[in-house]
Ligand binder design. Sequence first.
Ligand SMILES: *Cc1c(COP(=O)(O)O)cnc(C)c1O
Length: 386
Amino acid sequence: MPNVSYPKNRWAWVEVDLNAIRKNTRAFKALLEPRTQMMCAVKADAYGHGAVECAKAMASSGASQFAVATVDEGVELRRGGVAQPILMLNECPLEGIDDLLAFDVMPSVYTSGFALAYGERAVSLGKVGRYHLAIDTGMSRIGVLPEDVVEFRRMIDFHRGLECAGSFTHFATADAIGDWDFRQQSLRFSDAVSALEGAGLEVGLVHCDNTPGTVLHPENHFDMCRVGIGLYGLQPSETTAPRIALEPAMSVRARVTRVVNPAVGEGVGYGFTYRVPKPNIQIATVPVGYADGLSRSLSNNMDVLVRGMRARQVGRICMDQFMFAVDVNDIRAYHPATAVERGDVVTLIGRDGDDEISADEMADRRDTINYEVVCNFSQRLDRIFT
Ligand SMILES: *Cc1c(COP(=O)(O)O)cnc(C)c1O
């Protein structure tokens, strides 16, 4: 365990290894031509890792821009002292425009109503409203359709309060290799950018690759890549794993708050979905629950590491706590030291001794992706930076 101070009031926390973040950032930067910028996605509190601290670690390792999903996420970075350009990856309610301009957070733009309101407000404040044009090349999420981009820009470009600082799209299948849908999106994007340039319109920085795109499709790096999940040391897909080595930055840990040795047949947790099957089973309690982002769907379906061993979580995960079982006979056989005690450190995600529980393992057991697992750990768990 790293030598840092742990939360005083709670026996549960998230550790974030900023060295891993820096290493991963440099690994992605090394994939890019020197002239290609790296925009780091630090939305959702840097995928649960702590936005301001991560952004600073990334900025020191090659990042030159940041991407967020909401106005407040942009404001948080500015208040935390992040000075690089920040792009919000969508539009916001018109009421959010004042904060965008006050904190110098660029919106993505794809509706004329938003664009003109943004330009209007910028002019009235004596500012320039810089934005990136979002192009929908097939994801059907946000953006102007490729066939409409030139007309859209002509409709808003008369406004002296607006300045196009970038043009981008987002891929639905960037993790696939040799995928027809990807090629189609890619072609629609380069055609749209050419059409804008052909019409004499400023396109700003051209960008489209996310983490898997950056690794697998270097021909699409253009002026900038938007890297997210990989910076946190997680692979977006099996296809990228052989191409880049990454180091997971997040560990989730807690301390055992109580240990008992119930009689055979006693139940554990709501609904008694687990009953003690034989003598000498320790039931240990951990103060982490679904309100901390540990999905209840993992009940009776996850492991923890304690004293360098794997132990099975048992009973339903509660809002604030869960239990795990340790077969004391096994421990004495393999690990003569001792059984589990109150105060022992329990690892939910991360390494302990020779074993590791990855966000991918937890994602598989929950039938989701590593992105959701790390984002889910809630603000109730302090982030401890190591
Ligand atoms: C989140 C996001 C990214 C980063 O995606 P990763 O798969 O985490 O690399 C890039 N672009 C857009 C538009 C996004 O929403």
